[in-house]
Design a protein around this ligand. Structure first.
Ligand SMILES: Nc1ncnc2c1ncn2[C@@H]1O[C@H](COP(=O)(O)OP(=O)(O)OP(=O)(O)O)[C@@H](O)[C@H]1O
Length: 234
């Protein structure tokens, strides 16, 4: 059973506390929607969970192993989509995936399957610098799934996607709902569609942590969100 344990996680930039002593435990099969206003600390948390940034204080454990000091094998259990798609612009879309496949010991055929899954099979020979933002996002999503990770960490995966791509992403997310997923989003509708647990961050702290089925629909959750971040009555 996969378990991500966040303990006392803080991130300071100069004098500013972007995250303040966050504690969270997330397990397999849990799809955690991470909500919060601009500047709440969502991306910072995703970057710390992804080992793309190091905490000022606190730890992240994946099945008891500190992620910060983790081996490539442990980090290989993570699939990550961040704002910065981190694609190699001097490689084609297919080569980007093949490189990732080689690094993770994945059969090259799976690259074709995923290119097709995200609707980029017909653009596979082009470099991502010729892609739109949404297409780059789709390619980074294919890369995140390529090695069949136990943990998916997604920062605003819907941002910049057209309706068709967003619908494809929703299907893909439904397919991986047995994994441990943490998804930061401003999209209540999409976020709520998938998550079974909703966490609201504001000013670097968890303001609400609830099971999604406590709310009748995403509108009810949105009201609880507004209260949690002090927007009630505005
Ligand atoms: N590299 C950095 N240097 C200084 N401050 C930073 C840095 N990265 C983030 N911050 C600050 O930390 C706070 C949290 O930022 P973060 O990007 O995590 O918020 P967010 O919840 O993801 O916001 P958004 O919804 O706008 O994407 C913000 O006030 C931001 O300005």
């Amino acid at each position: 059973m996969t378990r991500l344990a966040v303990d006392g996680l803080s991130k300071r930039f100069g004098q500013f506390d972007a995250l303040r002593a966050v504690d969270l435990e997330v397990s397999d099969g849990e799809f955690l929607g991470l909500f919060g206003p601009n500047g709440a600390g969502k991306s910072t948390l995703i970057r710390l969970l992804s080992t793309l940034a190091t905490p000022t204080e606190g730890t992240v454990l994946l099945d008891g192993e500190p992620l910060g000091e983790a081996s490539d094998a442990v980090r290989g259990r993570l699939g990550v989509v961040t704002h910065d798609t981190m694609l190699y612009d001097d490689l084609t879309a297919r080569e980007n995936l093949r490189l990732h496949a080689r690094l993770h010991g994945v059969d090259a055929d799976r690259c074709e399957t995923l290119l097709d899954r995200v609707g980029l099979a017909h653009r596979a020979s082009e470099r991502p610098n010729a892609f739109s933002h949404g297409m780059r996002k789709r390619l980074s999503f294919a890369r995140a799934l390529l090695h069949d990770p136990d943990v998916l960490l997604l920062d605003e995966p819907y941002a910049g996607l057209d309706q068709r791509a967003a619908a494809t992403l929703s299907d893909v997310l439904t397919d991986v709902s047995d994994r441990l997923v943490v998804m930061a989003t401003h999209d209540f509708d999409r976020g709520f569609e998938h998550c079974d647990r909703a966490v609201v961050l504001d000013r670097g702290q968890v303001q609400l942590d609830a099971r999604a089925d406590e709310y009748a629909d995403h509108g009810a959750f949105e009201r609880a969100y507004r209260e949690a971040v002090g927007l009630e009555g505005t």
